[in-house]
Write a protein of this length. Structure first.
Length: 130
């Protein structure tokens, strides 16, 4: 599974990707953010979580520098960034920490909500300190 962001004709990057970018331009490239590390911009811990979500649940906003930092598989040449929000693997995080996305099979317990478990996907990414 990939953590796919889109780069648009005007150079902007969006995660999650959309059919049209901020200037109305179309995507020209996909970027797999799971190959990159990111920096924690801010974080919070929720103690009143929705049904099926672990409690407490630490959430982070992270910033990927997809052109300025090297990924595991390619070098960079610019300074384009994109932010993402998601669960952290631990509550032992600070602003400025470096994290990497890790795939998990269940971000929440499928049978705990009001939706039919088979009606949606439950996997995704959490952010783990490097």
């Amino acid at each position: 599974m990939t953590m796919e962001a889109y780069r648009y004709e005007d150079g902007s990057i969006s995660y999650p990707g959309h059919p049209r970018g901020p200037g109305g331009t179309e995507p020209v490239e996909t970027i797999d953010l799971s190959e990159y590390t990111a920096e924690v911009v801010t974080w919070t811990t929720s103690t009143a979580t929705p049904p099926g979500v672990r409690e407490p649940n630490t959430l982070v906003i992270v910033e990927f520098d997809v052109d300025g930092r090297q990924s595991d598989s390619e070098g960079g040449s610019g300074d384009e960034t994109v932010r993402a929000i998601g669960q952290a693997t631990t509550d032992d995080l600070e602003t400025g920490d470096t994290v990497r996305p890790v795939h998990v099979e269940e971000l929440r317990e499928p049978g705990a909500g009001i939706r039919e478990p088979d009606s949606q996907e439950w996997d995704g990414y959490r952010f783990e300190p490097v």
